[in-house]
Design a protein around this ligand. Sequence first.
Ligand SMILES: [Zn+2]
Length: 451
Amino acid sequence: MTTLYAAKWVMPVASAPVEDGAVAVEGEVLVGVGAREALLRKFPDAAVNDFGEAVILPGLVNCHTHLELTAMRGFLEREEGDFFAWLRKLTLARLERMTPDDLRVAATWGAVEAARAGITTVGDASDAASASMLALRDAGLRGIVYQESFGPDGKLAREHFEKLREKIQHLREFENERVRVGVSPHAPYTVSAPQLELISEYALTESLSLMMHAAESQAEELLIRHGRGPFAEGFARRDIEWSTPGVSPIRYLQQHGILLTRPLLAHCIRVDAEDLELLGEADARVAHCPKSNAKLGHGRAPFAAFVARGLKVGLGSDSVASNNTCDLLEEARFAALLSRASGDVVTEGRMIGATELLEAATVGGARALGLDERTGVLAPGMQADLTVVSLAGAHQRPAYDPAAALVFASSGRDVRLTLVAGQEVYRDGRLMTVDEERLTARMKELTHKLT
Ligand SMILES: [Zn+2]
């Protein structure tokens, strides 16, 4: 049984846009991508879904989220000026007020939001990875859920590491074809150096993907370069020994084995030329999260420089606690405008363009997660992960160039279809996988509890 999805435009990303195009799907796999007429001739018995004035593109890849924090959208606005206080309020609310079931409800709400915005693949960092894995499975999305590990006190490194190892063994049970587990030493200021080393070694031996937050805030840089600032003061209050590395956060991660794992690093705002060199040599990947970075006042990552160096860079929304939406088209627009407003160029005289942003939002994210053999472009043999975005809105017409129309005039709200491994998970206002009414009722209870 073949299904054809047709539209005014098909943007395979791996190749040039096709006007009056279509894609053919059989089971989980794409079997044809090209001109509509040619595919109709090749698959005369196919069921045809024509979306008209729309673009079919590879499923969007959000390579950095925290789905379990979806209940905290707008919950931390007052703490935003103080990253230390922001993290503290978030951590306490999650630990003290949310049950495992609450975390799963919040994560499922996040997965639903992603599916509605055309996101087919998610890279999620989670303290309760089983909740996120189940949420992705329930919503029908693809993804890697990185179980977080914390522990700034080096004396307890072995103990914290053993806990992580037990968790990972248990989480293997939740894996399926689409959803995998990874590891995440949370950040340089929450995980001690010996613990970073143990986790890197473990990730390499077990072939686990590793992600971590890196070079995000000024507070982090002050701690690592100079041994000062709010994190250093926090360590002193808790009697945690800290010998200041005196190097950049990226160099520090390299010194403790993290770069050997070809990690996915979220943020990378505070990076200099030498750091970029290290990232390139290590084939590290970057999750660029411009909206979260701007909202928390952390600054901006040099996206144009990542692209110019050929780093594997994807887009991440980060949690909605700091964004406040999980909408990759909006993220792409913000990334382009921010880069241009800052005067960055890829090469002399060439600003970041819509095509580069669409690449980052699809195949770039897939590379960042190490899933590019399965998803990220439309090509025969790839998994049938795709997104259909309407271009029929008054806010989008006329749409001369589909890439520009997507990045500069569209948002997740224009998505009409989200297909993962050939399965329709969202179509024209309706989730096909999750009972949204029941979920909405549970979210209301949860919101009440948090306030
Ligand atoms: Zn994050």
